[in-house]
Design a protein around this ligand. Structure first.
Ligand code: GSH
Length: 220
């Protein structure tokens, strides 16, 4: 039975998983959960993911996974995607630290920009809450500075040679950076990694169409 990914392909953490799975040539099927219709909050979906967030995944009757980064680790291991998630424990530990940081700090910070600057005005005809954006800005700049320094040292997040699941994890919260008014221009290495690195990857490109369908691109 193939891996089933419950997701809305236009959302950050779903796109993260789908792009990385494409990059790894993983075998999976999509079970669409309409985020904007609130299907992730339905009782039926909460049987799969009681946290009511997308994505989630099942692999047969005995494994249900939530947390996008846990899905990436599992699929990288089961498909044997050695360069995306090396078995070498030191390399793996470095990837794990970025995955944990992304889930606990970077995603929640970028999500404020996505929700306030893009989702609220575009889909709910609401004004962005400036107070929320102002509260997040110092964190964003602190985090982006660290990423910018790292990406001045290495081409990809953890090495010069190999893109890993950490790159997909950390890139995903930026996937709507223009529409979300995420100030990438101040961070040239981060912007270069995003535009000349991540956006050129086959896995990223193959998952762009589903995003564009929901959020037609303005000129960058
Ligand atoms: N740490 C979780 C976060 C998942 C998450 O928050 N997903 C967002 C979409 S990107 C969501 O479903 N939010 C629920 C909501 O806004 O009600 C993961 O990595 O899977």
């Amino acid at each position: 039975m193939a891996l089933k990914v419950y997701c809305d392909p236009c959302t950050i953490n779903s796109r993260k998983v789908l792009a990385a799975l494409q990059q790894m040539n993983a075998d999976y099927e999509i079970q669409y959960v309409d985020y904007f219709a609130g299907e992730h909050k339905s009782d039926e979906f909460k049987k799969i993911n009681p946290h009511a967030t997308v994505p989630a995944a099942t692999d047969g009757p005995n494994l249900t996974l939530t947390e996008s980064n846990a899905i990436l680790q599992y699929v990288a291991d089961t498909t044997g995607a050695e360069t995306m998630y090396p078995k070498d424990l030191k390399k793996r530990a470095i990837i794990n630290r970025w995955l944990l940081w992304e889930a606990s700090a970077w995603f929640p910070c970028c999500y404020v920009y996505v929700i306030e600057n893009f989702v609220k005005p575009s889909f709910f005809k609401q004004q962005p809450e400036q107070k929320a954006l102002d509260a997040e800005a110092p964190k964003f700049h602190r985090y982006a500075h660290v990423l910018n320094e790292q990406l001045g040292r290495t081409k990809w997040l953890t090495s010069d040679t190999d893109v890993t699941i950490a790159d997909f994890a950390v890139a995903a919260p930026l996937h709507l950076y223009t529409a979300s008014k995420i100030p990438l221009d101040k961070y040239p290495n981060l912007k270069r990694w995003m535009t000349e690195g991540i956006e050129q990857l086959a896995g990223w490109e193959k998952t762009q169409g589903a995003v564009d369908k929901v959020f037609p691109r303005q000129d960058d």
